[in-house]
Design a protein around this ligand. Sequence first.
Ligand SMILES: Cc1cc2nc3c(=O)[nH]c(=O)nc-3n(C[C@H](O)[C@H](O)[C@H](O)COP(=O)(O)O)c2cc1C
Length: 372
Amino acid sequence: MTQVDVSPLFQPFSCKSLHLKNRIVMAPMTRQFSPGYIPNDDVVAYYRRRAENDVGLIITEGTTVNHPSANGYENVPAFHGEALKGWKKVVDAVHGAGGKIMPQLWHVGTVRKPGIGPDKEAPGMGPSGITSAGKRKAHVMSLEDIQACVAAFAQAAADAEQLGFDGVEIHGAHGYLIDQFFWDVTNERTDRYGGSLENRLQFAIEIIEAVRARVSASFPVMLRYSQWKQQDYSARLVQTPEELERFLKPLAKAGVDIFHCSNRRFWEPEFPGSSLNLAGWTKEITGLPTISVGSVGLEGDFLDTTFSGKDDGKPVPTRSFDELFARLQQGEFDLIAVGRALLQDPEWAVKVRQGRFSELKPYSKTAETHLY
Ligand SMILES: Cc1cc2nc3c(=O)[nH]c(=O)nc-3n(C[C@H](O)[C@H](O)[C@H](O)COP(=O)(O)O)c2cc1C
């Protein structure tokens, strides 16, 4: 067997107060295993298992900020009230196992349908009330609604630092609330939150600035963003590197420390004429560290397995690491997030470090219906 050099993945990384032993990030993945919206001991054990097995940084499943309309799914953990006690147990368990962890702070916006708890009556809401189905059915956010959401993100970040988390990730991706402001299809506002690309950034900028004002200067603040939306997988927020620069620079100025650039396949070039992916371009434009993501170790992307609703029962075969190692080695991006491969196999990082590639498990959808 030829020896594969796995060292690009196992270099330390630092940003402000965050010091990681390697470049492996567990991607945020909604699990819906928190009854009463509180992470329980099974959730604690689930995250501890990944920390014990060499994952450098865990980003939690999306966890909802303290706003009545934030949640869109049952058994998703909240990030306020009683749930914070559950999160404290998670943080302590991950740190006890030598890992690092950040919560992914989430508001689903118009994706929410009333009837979902904990605030069952609360409406879905967004910049223009346009739902995931493209219909104008949800509540159009008033300035007071906007202020309440900004304050909820800031409070969640302050609570995260207080609980001992190693930073926060703000969920600005995949067509949820913050992304609904970014995207002109869901944002038809005519005030300072809508219209030009610069105006559509305003909501996120206010959140980032409010978060920064409530946490220590050394506390890392990450922003996840994506071109694709759960309402439209082929959507694009920006078409050119110049537009991407107009998108990123004000967000970086507002106080983002690390950008998490969500792709379905990390090896795909973002714009013609260069092999750089979205994380590569983001690093080039901002000079900030970036996280890439998308089908690491697997031959099929998550649309086929997770969001398509199809399950043909066939496992997704594993994929070579050569391209990932080459891109990391070149410094195109700093960190790589791993989603499904880490759901399937908590020991994934250890096996890769030890070169036990033949022991990596193909992905099967049953990994999504169990918490282990
Ligand atoms: C079961 C599941 C739940 C997910 N939930 C979230 C989420 O809460 N927040 C988020 O930003 N992305 C979420 N994603 C997307 C992943 O973070 C990741 O970007 C995607 O799965 C691609 O990585 P992979 O190909 O390594 O799985 C989810 C993906 C899966 C498979």
